[in-house]
Ligand binder design. Structure first.
Ligand code: SAM
Length: 396
């Protein structure tokens, strides 16, 4: 996943509009750094670069996902993904009266569309499909996708600006959202821990270091001990807001399931001594690189998910862990072969295309193993179909 030796993309590749946008973001960030006395935490830098109103990557109007954007995701790659997610949701929705499906971070709306179309064909449409997304651009794109492709389903789709205030029963899904939460970056050395922040130089942004807070020192010691120790300088990141954020977005689910899809690892593997430069990964125009400080506002910045941290946060929030498996095994268990036959509808050329998409979703060298699925239940006891092939819970 990580491309350590790929240089950051050169400025000269930027089109004039993109370069002007990057300048605006850079000026705003430089002013913020100056006001903070010369250095801001990387977590603050990442939050600004991704989400600052009108400036950040997710709020600044760029194309982002899909073939004309910067990166692709499982639902963008194939409708097979949404069909399999729908099959899993259907099993849960069947036990709930007037259920709600809530998607967090819906991107272009492809997953929402594919899930609802498959649930419709299964005769199991939810009473409502709520989308919680903090990007106004993407919300507009999601609505227009439904207007074009499934206007008859639009009355079920509701867009939320904040997590729901009232209780509901149903299923919450999120694909590749946790990896977009801002992370704190640290450098551990045998003599002590430093927080890595961002400073502004004439030639651009650069890493700066300052003494870590007691909370960061304690967090790093816990990560180091989970990983079996680090002997030499070790740079990585963790997500301090993970627990509060996951609690805020899931706490109103009274009865049902939460399904998280993302790339990441259990803690002991994530913080393995040899992964000593962390997991930050950026995307710009389908090129991946590892320099989050270049061209802020124009590129996506992500970090792998520590699934042990997600497990701790979700169980503290009152959920029961119902499964942890790879994307490949989830898709196999939810019947991707059946979905291929159904979507191909006897068209052999279409079947061949779907088979190629299935390979990208499932092969270990593609998305099959790096991407994991973690399922949680509250108020119900079910053996979730997608979790039946391989159980990775012991690794958490
Ligand atoms: C990488 S995209 C994934 C989109 C989609 N799930 C997919 O798989 O194609 C991340 C999505 O999460 C949204 N997002 C990021 N942080 C969020 C937050 N804190 N709350 C709600 N949505 C968020 C972004 O606006 C975007 O729609």
């Amino acid at each position: 996943m990580r491309h350590n030796d790929t240089p950051s993309f050169p400025e000269r590749e930027l089109e004039p509009d993109a370069a002007a946008h990057a300048d605006r973001v850079r000026d705003a960030l430089a002013a913020r750094i100056a006001a903070a006395g010369g250095c801001i935490a990387f977590e603050e830098f990442m939050e600004f670069a991704l989400y600052a109103p009108g400036l950040g990557y997710y709020s600044g109007g760029a194309e982002k996902l899909g073939k004309d954007g910067d990166f692709t995701t499982a639902p963008e790659l194939s409708s097979l993904f949404g069909a399999c997610v729908a099959v899993q949701c259907e099993q849960v929705l069947a036990h709930i009266e007037a259920p709600i499906l809530m998607e967090i971070g819906a991107g272009t709306g492809r997953l929402a569309l594919d899930v609802l179309l498959r649930l419709e064909s299964l005769g199991r449409l939810p009473a409502g499909y709520w989308i919680l997304d903090n990007s106004a651009d993407l919300k507009a794109r999601q609505r227009s996708l439904f207007e074009q492709r499934a206007p008859h389903l639009l009355d079920r789709v509701h867009w939320l600006d904040t997590p729901p205030a009232g209780e509901f029963d149903g299923v919450i899904i999120a694909n590749e959202v946790l990896d977009a939460l801002p992370v704190a970056r640290f450098c551990w050395r045998p003599g002590g821990t430093q927080e890595l922040g961002v400073v502004a130089r004439a030639e651009g942004f650069a890493w700066g270091a300052r003494a870590a807070s007691p909370a960061m020192v304690a967090a790093c010691e816990a990560l180091r001990s989970a990983a079996g120790g680090w002997d030499e300088a070790y740079v990585s990141e963790y997500c301090p807001r993970l627990e509060a954020w996951t609690r805020a977005v899931t706490q109103r689910l009274r009865r049902g399931a939460v399904l998280w899809f993302d790339y990441g690892l259990p803690r002991a593997q994530y913080y393995f001594a040899q992964r000593h430069e962390g997991t930050l990964l950026c995307h710009y125009r389908h090129r991946a690189h590892d320099d989050p400080l270049s061209n802020p506002g124009l590129q996506d910045i992500t970090a792998w998910v520590d699934f042990t941290a997600l497990a701790e946060a979700s169980s503290a929030g009152g959920f029961e862990l119902a499964g942890f498996t790879t994307q490949a095994h989830f898709l196999a268990a939810t019947g991707i072969d059946v979905e291929m036959q159904r979507l191909a509808a006897g068209d052999t050329a279409r079947y061949a295309r779907l088979a190629s998409e299935a390979r990208q979703l499932m092969l270990p060298g593609e998305m099959g193993e790096r991407f994991k699925v973690m399922a949680w239940l509250r108020g119900m006891d079910l053996s979730l179909r997608g979790m039946t092939l391989v159980d990775l819970r012991h690794s958490l």
